[in-house]
Design a protein around this ligand. Sequence first.
Ligand code: MLT
Length: 318
Amino acid sequence: MSKSFILVCDGMDKKLFSELSSNPKFEVYPEAKNSQETIAEIRKKAHGMVIRSATCPDKEFLQDCPNLKYIIRAGEGTDNIDKAACAELGIKVSNTPGANNNSAAEHALALMMTVLRKTALANTSMHSGKWEKASFTGNELTNKTIGIVGFGRIGQLLAKRLIGFDPKILFFDPIIDTHSVPYDNIQKVHSVEDIFKSADIISIHTPLNNHTRNMVNYQLLSSMKSNAILVNAARGNIVVEEDLVKALKEGKLKGAALDVFSSEPLAETSPLLGIENLVLTPHLGGSTDEAQFRVGEMAVHQLNEFFVNGNLLNEVKA
Ligand code: MLT
């Protein structure tokens, strides 16, 4: 019986994939963190590949995978995969919808609190032996107007978790309507512009596509209230990074937090580095033990279905 060779790229729940290797139908290359060099070496053998955001299969990459039939994006966004090239080469693509959404929503909330209460700055200051209480007076989240751009699964989970802070929640989404949202006191607005000019805290939860690429530019940032803050834990390239730097330096907004970047890992020369009222985290939205367990469980199930039972679950098309 011939085995399906599965290459697991990027950091993922190792235990689940070791369990998969005990199935005689699979040979799994389950390094928790395969380097891009290792991946380049062994991808020629792969029938299936499981990736997160660090591995970006473009056409050139895919042409070097003659046996590849199936890619699972262990997470939500598939913008790092050239899906048109996959379609051309007969490679199917799936994601694991919903599995890490709670962690992503919680991380957006954590970033809001970090900016509002200046906890990252206070932590750095304390570890350098200082006691600068007067420098770190913050703001409350309670009773603020919160604008959520993109009201799919993650945006709605965030709203649900925010409700305890008695906020006014505005959202913009081209598809979701207020009547399909199971919470009171949440209002849909007509445009992204409406969110940016009215909200005290803005959180982005859209996919990256032709409508959202470079959506948050200098003009939009300049329309924010000067004491407002912005959080982007969705995708890099939605916020124009140079424009955010300019707007922060000019005081167009009070602070911001980014978990995602136009290029990852962030370059050492990025203009985002060293800006005091900007909190940065290295794409941690889905990085919890709980999320990675759920994502891994779904990926393993989908691999079984595809290679053993011939079923394609959660397909994402070009
Ligand atoms: C996702 O799209 O699910 C996120 O990028 C989370 C991740 O895989 O790290």
